[in-house]
Design a protein around this ligand. Structure first.
Ligand code: ZN
Length: 369
């Protein structure tokens, strides 16, 4: 029976976020390792998953779930991988074939090109993200270890690709208005938000990781007051604050994203960035963004009735096609009800009308277009 001693990095409940180094054993049909308390543990090989992971799929990652959380044991050393692959335990034969197939495909992709200097400056961050993306059960846990500064860098990188596909409008009263409302809604935030207007009749707005918020001219036209627009902004801002955008991006784009960035295929990155406008969040995330958005409106002294009015308006908007924003944000009567209930539930603070002439704002867009 073959016996392997392997240097490994272990992730699991109680272990350091960046993983703990230890020597693990594969023998007698099991993977033997130490838990966070230093107790010997064994996982049957037949209950393991294996995937190629890491920066260029160079690592082997054994994974499994236990009631107390997800485990991952990573073998980084190619020589160790080769030793096992040469005489694999029967339980691991097909898993190893799968991982090696993936590694071969990635090597081909890598040899196709190497990224420019800009991407290499982000390499440490990408490495971190690659590790996180590689293990979906660890996403929530890993995201907690990305700093706001790192998230902003990542967002800025995507924004470069995204911007190319948008017609941005600058220097109008509408820009000033969005900025003023946005700043009021994000006072004291850890993020430095940036606000943009895209010349696009589709009724939509979206938020990118790191605090870049884009509002379409169509949404500004559809709003009948600054308060109504503030309602949508308050909601979008919360997708950033609550890191919905970051975790959705991680789940949807996964490791392919990182490979694309490293290979330097900007077209591919643009394609992934385009998905940012269509990030779909769970119903729970939407409710959370609604309620936290409502709280932010209150803190800012902005009348939350605008939010309710805007949601209702989007719901009843008719025309050749329903508003784009509804494809990612279905307005349900329950959602409006939940808002109304939350508004009744707490004391009304001081509300002051936003000092913005909304007709002037909309007019400034016509002049720009
Ligand atoms: Zn949303």
């Amino acid at each position: 029976m073959n016996h392997y001693d392997l240097r490994a990095r272990c992730f699991g409940p109680g272990l350091p976020p960046a993983g703990g180094a230890q020597t693990v054993q594969i023998q007698h049909g099991g993977l033997h390792f130490l838990d966070a308390q230093g107790r010997p543990r064994t996982r049957p090989l037949s209950q393991l998953q294996l995937q190629a992971a890491g920066f260029n799929d160079g690592h082997w990652q054994f994974r499994w779930d236990e009631p107390e959380g997800a485990w991952a044991i990573i073998i980084e050393d190619p020589a160790a991988q080769a030793r096992i692959a040469a005489a694999p335990p029967p339980e691991l034969v097909s898993l190893i074939q799968g991982a090696q197939g993936r590694q071969r495909r990635t090597r081909r992709l890598f040899s196709a090109g190497i990224a420019g200097a800009g991407v290499w400056m982000l390499a440490p961050l990408l490495l971190l993200i690659a590790l996180i993306f590689a293990a979906k059960p660890l996403i929530g846990w890993g995201i907690g270890h990305i700093s706001v500064a790192q998230e902003e860098k990542l967002g800025a990188w995507f924004w470069k690709g995204q911007k190319a596909g948008l017609r941005l409008i600058d220097d109008t009263d509408a820009n000033l208005a969005i900025q003023a409302i946005g700043e009021r809604l994000t006072e004291g935030s850890a993020y430095r938000f940036r606000w943009f207007i895209a010349d696009d009749p589709a009724i939509n707005a979206f938020a990118m990781p790191g605090g870049i918020v884009v509002v379409n001219t169509g949404l500004i036209e559809a709003a009948d007051s600054a308060e109504e627009l503030a309602g949508v902004l308050a909601h979008e801002v919360q997708h950033v604050e609550l890191r919905h955008s970051l975790s959705q991006l991680a789940q949807q784009a996964g490791l392919r994203l990182v490979v694309t960035l490293v290979v330097g295929d900007l077209g591919g990155a643009g394609e992934i960035a385009a998905r940012l406008t269509q990030l779909k969040f769970s119903r729970d995330a939407e409710t959370e963004a609604d309620l936290e958005g409502l709280a932010a409106l209150r803190r800012a002294g902005i009348d939350p009735q605008g939010m309710v009015a805007m949601f209702r308006k989007l719901d009843t908007e008719t025309g050749p096609a329903p508003p784009q924003i509804l494809s990612t944000h279905p307005v349900t009567e329950q959602r409006v009800e939940a808002l109304l209930q939350a508004m009744q539930g707490s004391a009304v603070g001081t509300v002051q009308p936003l000092p913005i002439d909304w007709n002037e704002v909309r007019h400034s867009l016509n002049k720009a277009g």
